[in-house]
Design a binder for this molecule. Structure first.
Ligand SMILES: [Zn+2]
Length: 459
């Protein structure tokens, strides 16, 4: 790096002034105050800011942002997503999981090219960034995962991503099936290229799709590789009511005992949905320190059922929150998921609901812990990565008690278009309605064109 660039980077700093800090640290600190970010990290908060500013050249930050009337919080961690499916939004409606996959989603995924996959990822990234999301855990499709990596890199999002691994299954298009050795080898080659890329912003996972599309050999190989390379295993389990019967017929038990038997459950395991996990299975997750991701919007739209995130948390299981892909939600909107998570938990446990504070935790610090990233992101704390969202609470739909409890305001009143600023590693990706890394008009035009071409190619 030329010396001038190095010096400029060294001096880059941003002061977010005048907001209410919702820190999501261990003490759940909420306080009026400023946040100072420099060189990609949070260097000071609240009372510590003046002293930290004094140490900067000229005694001030290179940039400032006015957060009056807003909450300043850690950017949302979106813990289960399929950016490859954003292009399918609105196409396959009114279906249940297995038919939806077999009739529409797998044939559509099989028709993806590098260009359509990149368009799909950019369309999703545009919505996510404008909604305050700073980190995603994405399951790709089987092919073109480098295009996904390039789109994520250019978007500025923090991401864990990996190709979907599938080596068997009923009505899976041939193009999506790969033998276990080949599937794993290409995922590991992808990890060589992308794991730790973009200054550590991008990480690669191993993403066997679900039990019905993966052989025992593939689960075994994935488990060994995850242990050797320290990669997350990102999969689906116990999602739909009809899935359990097919899983039992295929492997002789439900998903969690099967995973436990083959050593798949570990602190690197991230399983989405878990709607049909019974108490014993939740205990298996806890025993292995495996993580679960709650996807209430997708679970409702596909008629999968009502996952009991309250019970998971009480059992001590690490959990995050996700919307799943845009084809089964159809929003990629953390606020919508938080509202559903809170409402469903309330309906299930009327006298002992999930407090709004815990719901915000699912979408921030707990989600980061679920992805093994808790030391770096998920809360506003000195030394952590400067991944921040600023949410306006001065509009009519927040008044008049928006300040009284910021957690209930976030969960029950705020919405994605209240997000004023989204920042990752101290880099502003979105501010005051404008994207810095994406051109929304072009993104929508590309997505529209590519979705039409994709339908023509569908097998
Ligand atoms: Zn999914």
């Amino acid at each position: 790096m030329p010396r001038n660039d190095a010096r400029r980077r060294e001096l880059d700093s941003l002061l977010i002034q005048g907001g209410t800090l919702v820190c999501m640290d261990e003490a759940r600190t909420v306080s009026r105050g400023d946040l100072l970010a420099a060189d990609g990290r949070i260097v000071a908060l609240g009372a510590g800011v003046p002293a930290a500013l004094a140490e900067l050249p000229g005694g001030r930050a290179t940039r400032t942002y006015d957060a009056n009337g807003a909450l300043v919080l850690p950017g949302f961690v979106h813990a289960h997503l399929h950016l490859c499916q954003t292009l399918f939004r609105g196409f396959a409606e009114q279906s249940d999981l297995l038919n939806w996959l077999r009739d529409a989603i797998w044939p559509l995924e099989a028709a993806h090219t590098e260009v359509s996959l990149a368009a799909s990822a950019r369309l999703g990234a545009c919505e996510l960034i404008a909604g305050g999301v700073t980190c995603v855990n994405d399951m790709g499709t089987v092919h073109h995962t480098d295009a996904l990596g390039s789109a994520l890199e250019a978007s500025g999002l923090r991401a864990v991503f990996g190709p979907a691994l599938m080596d068997q299954g009923e009505r899976v298009p041939a193009r999506l099936l790969e033998g276990a050795p080949r599937a794993l080898a290409s995922a590991l080659a992808l990890a060589d290229r992308w794991h730790g890329a973009a200054s550590g912003r991008l990480r690669v996972s191993l993403a066997p799709r679900f039990i019905l599309s993966c052989s025992e050999r593939l689960w075994r190989d994935v488990t060994d590789a995850s242990r050797e390379r320290g990669l997350l295993v990102h999969t689906h389990l116990a999602e739909a009511p009809t899935e359990g019967g097919e899983v039992k017929a295929a492997v002789g038990s439900h998903a969690a005992p099967y995973f436990a038997k083959h050593g798949v459950l570990s602190p690197r395991f991230v399983g989405a949905h878990g709607v049909w996990l019974d108490e014993g299975e939740v205990a298996l997750m806890k025993q292995a320190d495996a993580a679960l991701v709650h996807c209430p919007g997708s679970n409702l739209k596909l008629g999968s059922g009502l996952a009991d995130v309250r019970r998971w948390r009480r059992a001590g299981v690490r959990c995050g929150l996700g919307s799943d892909g845009a084809a089964c939600n159809n929003r990629l909107d953390t606020f919508a998921e938080m509202g559903l998570a809170a409402g469903l938990a309330r309906a299930k446990h009327r006298d002992d609901p999930l407090p709004a504070r815990d719901v915000v935790a699912l979408a921030t610090c707990d989600g980061a812990e679920a992805l093994g990233l808790g030391a770096e992101i998920g809360s506003l704390e000195t030394g952590k990565r400067a991944d921040v969202a600023v949410v306006d609470i001065s509009r009519a739909h927040h008044a008049p008690f928006a300040d009284r409890d910021p957690y209930t305001t976030l969960v029950h009143a705020a919405r994605a278009d209240d997000v004023r600023l989204t920042m990752v590693d101290g880099r502003v990706l979105y501010a005051n309605g404008r994207h810095a890394t994406l051109d929304p008009e072009r993104v929508v035009a590309d997505a529209t064109r590519e979705s039409q071409a994709l339908l023509m190619r569908m097998p």
